[in-house]
Every structure is written in structure tokens, then in C-alpha cells.
Design a protein around this ligand. Structure first.
Ligand SMILES: C[S@@+](CC[C@H](N)C(=O)[O-])C[C@H]1O[C@@H](n2cnc3c(N)ncnc32)[C@H](O)[C@@H]1O
Length: 311
């Protein structure tokens, strides 16, 4: 296999089966970006609602050509981070289990892989592992490696690969009945480990980015979206929801970063509320496949917003 076909294969692997139209130019860019390793391209190790993998080719034109640090305050599965693979980055999320998993992959990937290999794709076993967070006192006694291993295992084996908790913060997705879910993707975990070398991970709310952002840094915000319909209202990444007041607080952070000379980009749903808030910025429209909808007939394409300041 030559260099080009290797990269094309790994890029397609990263983007998923739906994005076959990869142009030669994208591959060239990709090769430049990943000088060190063209084979083991890291990709998100968790399936995450609102994951941006399917939109990357549309977003590609809007990323700044140059920037200093990369900061992602709602990192989730980290699709954009893994695509850009910046030299230095700060990844933030309010979800404790998510940031713990990133931290363990960064600092203790071999123990994590050992622990993941012990799991089994069996219904009773799945519910036993899932029930561990029902008793907070007992749960807190588990090691951080065990907690990360549990998060990754449940995410891979649960129905639809969701991360969803109830109001008590308990993971509540049923068993997925997959034939052979890949809950220990050793090659990818090692690639993610390398990609996290110069990355600072922070478990906190998005405003913490104001403590780190400087002129010419690139900040990408992918918050829980303003709901456009009842069925589209998925904001249960953590206990507690992301309200309109949170969206306004986020807008004030965006404005502050713009005034500092940062390069700022934000995704959100196509809604009058967001269009009104960000009216003074550049508004771009992307087309996404509707992901979460119990009614199969409503899974068409929907408009999304990608808002940038001038860079
Ligand atoms: C739409 S998802 C991000 C998806 C991500 N871009 C991806 O590609 O997987 C939104 C994320 O925001 C996080 N979140 C919710 N409220 C937050 C807050 N106040 N501060 C920081 N992160 C928050 C959630 O835990 C979730 O991971």
C-alpha cells in the first residue's frame, strides 16, 4: 500500500462509512497534518450524542488556517480535536466520567486496556457493571481506571452507544444486544494516548476557558443545542440541562473571546434564538443528518448553524 492509499483508508476510517467523497486535496492536507503517523489516526473512543464526525467535511472550509492553542470547552467525544490534532490543546467538559476517561487514556492506557479486556458482552454482566453507580459510596471506592473502563465498556455495549444519565446521575441506557461490540480497541486507544501528549484536560463548566484563552487561540464551542422540537431535546449528558440562560452565558463568553482577538467558532441548532443572539457574527449553514429521533420517518437532513468571528 502506498502512502496516499494508507492515508485515504485511515481518513475514511476516521470519518465513517458515510463520507466516501474524500478529495485528493483533503488527503494532502491530512498528510501534512499527521506527519508523524499516517497509519494510526486516532478517532473518538466513545460514541457521543451530537458527535461532529459527520459534519467535518462541511466544517473543513471554516477552520482557521493558523492558530496558537486549541481550546474545546464542550469536548464530548472530541471529533474535531481528533480531526485537527493540534500541537497544544485544552479540552474541557462538565462530564466527570468523560474527562476521567480521557485522563486515564493519557496517563495509564496500559492498565485501562488490561481492565477492558476483562469485560464481557453479556446482558446480566452488563447490568451488573451498569448498577455500580447506584450506590455512590461504593462507586467512589472504585479506581479511576475501573471507572474509565466501565464508561467505555457501557458506551460500546449499550443500546445505540449513548451516554445518558438520569436526574440522579445514574447511567440508564439498556443493553444493546450487539454481536461483537469493540469495547477494547487497543490500536485506537494507543493512538489516542499519543494524541493527548500535550493536552490539558479540565473537568469544569465552559466558562473556565476564559482563564486560558489568549489572542490567536482557536476556541470551538459545541454546546448542547437549543431544542428545535420536543423529540430533539437531548441534553442529558449530565444531570441537569443546558438552559436558555446557559446559552446567554455562553454568548457572553464568545463575545469576550472575540474582543480578546481569539478565533472563535460555535455550532448550534438553526433557531431564531441563536440567530438573534449571534446576529453580529458570521453565520454559516451546514446540513446534518438528524440523529436522535424515535420516529424513523423524521430522520432527514436538518439545517445547523456554524458561527464564526472574523479570522
Ligand atoms: C454536543 S456535545 C459535544 C459533542 C462533541 N463535539 C463531539 O464531537 O462528540 C455537548 C457536550 O457539552 C457538555 N456540557 C454540557 N454542559 C456543559 C457545561 N456547562 N460546560 C462544559 N461542558 C458542558 C456535555 O457533557 C457534552 O459532552
Amino acid at each position: 500500500m502506498n502512502e496516499k492509499s494508507l492515508t485515504q483508508k485511515s481518513l475514511q476510517n476516521f470519518l465513517g462509512k458515510d463520507d466516501k467523497k474524500i478529495h485528493y486535496l483533503d488527503i494532502k492536507k491530512e498528510q501534512n497534518r499527521r506527519k508523524k503517523s499516517i497509519v494510526d489516526v486516532p478517532k473518538p473512543f466513545l460514541k457521543w450524542v451530537g458527535g461532529k464526525r459527520q459534519l467535518i467535511l462541511q466544517m473543513n472550509d471554516y477552520f482557521p488556517k493558523e492558530f496558537n492553542k486549541y481550546i474545546e470547552p464542550f469536548v464530548g467525544g472530541g471529533a474535531i480535536f481528533f480531526y485537527l490534532l493540534p500541537e497544544t490543546a485544552i479540552l474541557i467538559d462538565v462530564n466527570k466520567e468523560l474527562i476521567n476517561s480521557f485522563n486515564i487514556i493519557k496517563n495509564n492506557v496500559s492498565e485501562l486496556i488490561k481492565s477492558l479486556k476483562n469485560h464481557k458482552n453479556e446482558k446480566d454482566y452488563y447490568y451488573e457493571v451498569r448498577s455500580k453507580d447506584r450506590n455512590p459510596k461504593e462507586y467512589n471506592k472504585l479506581s479511576d481506571v475501573t471507572k474509565a473502563s466501565r464508561t467505555i465498556y457501557l458506551n460500546r455495549c449499550c443500546f445505540n452507544g449513548l451516554y445518558r444519565v438520569n436526574s440522579k446521575g445514574q447511567f440508564n441506557v439498556p443493553f444493546g444486544k450487539y454481536k461483537s461490540p469493540k469495547f477494547c480497541d487497543e490500536k485506537n486507544l494507543n493512538a489516542v494516548h499519543k494524541a493527548l501528549k500535550n493536552v490539558k484536560l479540565i473537568n469544569n463548566s465552559f466558562e473556565i476557558c476564559l482563564d486560558f484563552a489568549e489572542k490567536d487561540d482557536f476556541i470551538y464551542f459545541d454546546p448542547p443545542y437549543v431544542p428545535i422540537s420536543r423529540s430533539a431535546n437531548f441534553t442529558s449528558y449530565t444531570k441537569g440541562n443546558f438552559s436558555k440562560e446557559d446559552q446567554i452565558r455562553l454568548f457572553n463568553v464568545y463575545k469576550n473571546l472575540d474582543e480578546r482577538g481569539c478565533k472563535v467558532m460555535l455550532s448550534n441548532s438553526y433557531s431564531d434564538f441563536i440567530l438573534g443572539l449571534y446576529k453580529d457574527y458570521q453565520i454559516n449553514i451546514l446540513y446534518a443528518k438528524r440523529a436522535i429521533n424515535s420516529d424513523g420517518s423524521k430522520r432527514g437532513k436538518i439545517k445547523e448553524l456554524l458561527i464564526t468571528n472574523s479570522f
